[in-house]
Design a protein around this ligand. Structure first.
Ligand SMILES: [Zn+2]
Length: 387
């Protein structure tokens, strides 16, 4: 499932998120579409007023920074400290303080966000001019790619050791699978993830529930506020990586989803939504006693790099029902089509999925595919970018 961030063209600058969907949950999709329609008609429960219309103002967000540091200060060792997780406290001489600066990858004022202080105009092209576009922070699935893990701790909902270990294994499996696919297609790819200095804990009560709502401004605003404290340039330089993606791990059951970057033509919002992130629930909504499977991890990550959902019609991504049917007929193992096995079970041992030419095109691994003739509407101006 992927969501777009779009701006309402009004003075409140409330980000309007809308869903484009998930594999086995079509009823929910229809409901979401209905809610979107209601939202656009101004009568949605989600179209609330933004209490802070100048959220990304020229005041450099002190309260947001404090809450960020505060959250990281809350005994990181509770989560990672014991039983072999002590390596997470790599910067031991500084204790927890080592994490308050996120290993040097977070910042208070030096972020990539656009402020009035930056002297940039609020023009339609701003997002592009600021080096932000059009692919977002997770630009291309090639070369060195950094993935930052953020574990959301929400009240009593947290991760136990076994659950943490699973998320790390599943992420490794997804990364390995993507690297294997890349090698098959002659694309150099090295995914850097699960590193101690790339692992964070974010404490935010109530946010898991917001994430489960499918459409929540509270969630996307809160995570957006959190993420922009990461210094993308520092991450890029430290790992010699052009692309940086984020993963939010959610300690609950739900339908995982992703927020890839879509240029909105609004400088301020573009600067924030530029941080691309996948939201991974710990447990599968349709089988709550099972973990979200590794194929879903890969699916949600691929969204950050331009991959589209192919399991149904999707007007935003120019995916017609005809195209979706074509994928079902010709590439039933396509990972953007279905993340379960043919018998609808989850596979936790390996990812058996494949990338069809459609996904290879969307992520920029193929420039020209036969399907472009049959479905010219999917042709993109920029590789790996939603338009
Ligand atoms: Zn999806």
């Amino acid at each position: 499932m992927r969501y777009n961030n779009h701006m309402k063209k009004d003075e409140t600058r409330t980000p309007l998120s809308y869903p484009t969907c998930s594999a086995p949950k079509r009823a929910a999709v229809i409901l979401l579409c209905l809610l979107l329609t209601l939202s656009l008609a101004g009568c949605s429960p989600f179209s609330r007023d933004n209490p802070d219309p100048i959220r990304f103002s020229d005041i450099p967000g002190f309260s947001q920074i404090e809450s960020f540091f505060e959250s990281l200060n809350q005994k990181f060792s509770d989560l990672f400290g014991d039983n072999g997780w002590t390596n997470y406290g790599q910067n031991t001489e500084q204790g927890e303080g080592g994490f308050t600066n996120g290993g040097g990858f977070t910042n208070g004022e030096r972020g990539n966000r656009v402020t009035k202080d930056s002297g940039k105009s609020d023009s339609a092209e701003e997002g592009y001019q600021n080096g932000l576009a059009p692919q977002g922070s997770a630009k291309f699935l090639r070369g060195n790619v950094v993935l930052v893990s953020v574990y959301l701790i929400d009240g009593n909902a947290a991760f136990n050791e076994e659950e943490l270990a699973y998320t790390r294994e599943a992420l490794d499996m997804a990364a390995d699978w993507m690297e294997t696919q890349a090698a098959k297609h002659g694309v150099p790819l090295n995914i850097i993830c699960n590193q101690p200095e790339l692992t964070f804990r974010y404490h935010a009560d109530g946010l898991v529930n917001e994430a489960q709502k499918k459409v929540s401004f509270t969630y996307s605003n809160d995570i957006g506020n959190y993420l922009y404290h990461f210094d993308l340039k520092a991450l890029q330089e430290a790992y010699d990586a052009e692309s940086v993606g984020f993963l939010i791990f959610l300690p609950a059951a739900g339908t995982s989803f992703a927020y890839p970057y879509t240029a909105t033509g609004n400088a301020i919002w573009d600067a924030v939504s530029y941080y691309e992130y996948s939201n991974l629930f710990l447990y599968d909504e349709s089988a709550p006693d099972e973990y979200e499977n590794p194929a879903t991890y890969a699916h949600e990550l691929l969204h950050q790099f331009g991959a589209c959902d192919l399991y149904e019609e999707n007007e935003t991504d120019h995916i017609s029902q005809e195209l979706s049917d074509y994928v079902a007929d010709n590439y039933p193992s396509e990972i953007m089509y279905y993340t379960y096995e043919d018998d609808d079970t989850s596979n936790f041992d390996e990812i058996t999925k494949e990338m069809s030419p459609l996904t290879l095109y969307f992520i920029g691994w193929e420039d020209d595919i036969a399907e472009l003739k049959q479905f010219p509407e999917i042709k993109r101006k920029y590789p790996c970018a939603f338009e």
